[in-house]
Design a protein around this ligand. Structure first.
Ligand code: ZN
Length: 430
């Protein structure tokens, strides 16, 4: 308890947290494979090194490099408008893909099934949803459902007037259909009329080649060979600062390292900071990391604390990935820290914690603004994901809670840590 209040005082007085957040945003949107991502890694390596007095280690992460050279959409009136090629989308033919558009509204699986006979040979149009909400249908599931029914293209309309929406289509290799985020106005222009389905032309030009990025690790050992892994993803999307997603989590990790660095040697377990990339590539960085661990190494990880979108709302939620026994522990530490916290149990495969959870390692994601459509985090994946959506007080609160959870998890009794692991029921969310 005394330790928790010391940590909180240290983070409240930490002026570097806000400066780090701004400096990460200054690097740009950090799309994997861009100079912006390199700048962010260089900055983070320096700052985590300063916090821990350690040089980190890098693990090479091979992945399918991808970039979009061009993306545009011709509306029924003949006007060309900009769109955002979804990450890993295949290209259209050079002359573009011209087809009728079936507007499926939100694009629930019922809507897609009811229109099964309409989809083949046409472009499917759905809506982007609030990502951090119970019952969210991830765009990857809508894309796959459209693909399976023979759609030739996929459009997803963003929620903000005048703005497109980004995100991954979930394809890693092989065949797929061209996929793009569009504005709500473009979606309105593609509505069905008495005359029939609207016809659009989608043009996407891409470049694909094998690429490499890295996972950056900083290890602060404790008294045993067990670890609490504190993670955040570095990569983001072009066209914004990827400020909430995930400059917020990265800046918070640095603040936690500064607050705990000198104490960890006396903790039962050590702290391993893991900065992953290609999270937006279907969680590739963390997937490779977890896959590389032996059973003994997995058992030595007591908990993964994954910070992703921890600014953009003052309300914080822990997505506990089916680890029910972890919830009372998290709520107790939150109460000790004076930070209100809610827990949500289904496994959300929406960030790197999912790969730990699927390997049986207790894992949760801390996220801001869950279930709140009015929170700024609803603007994640749009050009509005900029630093002005985050308050310094939100970052301090998230870092304070994260540091307290990491410290308490490092010192938790072995039988408590075993209990977190034992009672596991990872029900994937819809
Ligand atoms: Zn994220």
């Amino acid at each position: 308890m005394a330790q928790t209040s010391n940590i909180a005082a240290q983070i409240m007085a930490d002026r570097e947290l806000w400066a780090d957040f701004n400096a990460i945003c200054d690097c740009g949107g950090r799309l994997a494979g861009t100079e912006s991502e390199d700048r962010a890694f260089a900055f983070l390596e320096g700052r985590a090194g300063a916090a821990t007095q350690l040089s980190g280690s890098s693990i090479t992460v091979p992945y399918g490099g991808w970039s979009a050279k061009n993306a545009s959409l011709r509306l029924p009136g003949g006007q060309w408008v900009g769109c955002h090629a979804l990450l890993r989308s295949v290209a259209t033919p050079q002359a573009g893909l011209t087809a009728e558009v079936v507007d499926l509204g939100r694009g629930t699986l019922q809507e897609i099934a009811a229109h099964a006979a309409d989809i083949s040979g046409r472009i499917v149009l759905v809506r982007h949803e609030l990502m951090f909400s119970a019952g969210t249908i991830h765009r990857r599931r809508k894309y796959l459902a459209a693909l399976e029914r023979g759609a030739v293209g996929f459009l997803i309309a963003g929620p903000i007037p005048g703005q497109t929406v980004a995100g991954s289509c979930g394809r890693l290799d092989g065949p797929g259909i061209p996929a793009a985020g569009i504005t709500p106005e473009a979606a309105a222009a593609l509505r069905r009329t008495a005359g029939g389905w609207a016809t659009a032309t989608l043009h996407i030009e891409t470049e694909e080649r094998p690429a490499e990025t890295r996972t950056l690790l900083f290890d602060l050992p404790g008294r045993t060979d067990e670890w609490v892994v504190l993670s955040a993803h570095v990569d983001g999307h072009d066209g914004s600062e990827s400020a909430m997603d995930n400059a917020s989590g990265l800046a918070a990790v640095l603040a936690v390292l500064r607050a705990l660095a000198l104490q960890v040697k006396d903790f039962r377990r050590g702290v391993r900071a893991a900065l992953f990339s290609v999270e937006e590539w279907a969680l590739t960085g963390s997937a490779q990391y977890v896959a590389s661990l032996s059973q003994a190494e997995r058992r030595a990880i007591t908990l993964n604390v994954n910070l992703d979108c921890v600014g953009g709302s003052p309300s914080l939620t822990a997505l506990t990935s089916g680890f029910a026994a972890l919830e009372p522990f998290l709520l107790r530490v939150a109460e000790m820290s004076g930070v209100p916290l809610r827990t949500v149990r289904p496994l959300f495969a929406n960030s790197d914690h999912a790969n730990f959870a699927l390997a049986g390692i207790p894992a949760f994601r801390l996220v801001a603004g869950f279930d709140d459509p009015n929170a700024n985090v609803a603007q994640v994946l749009t050009p509005s994901d900029t630093r002005n959506k985050v308050r310094e007080s939100e970052l301090k609160q998230a870092a304070t809670l994260s540091a307290a959870i990491v410290a308490e998890a490092c010192n938790a009794l072995p039988q408590d840590a075993l209990e977190w692991r034992r009672a596991h029921c990872p029900q994937p969310s819809a």
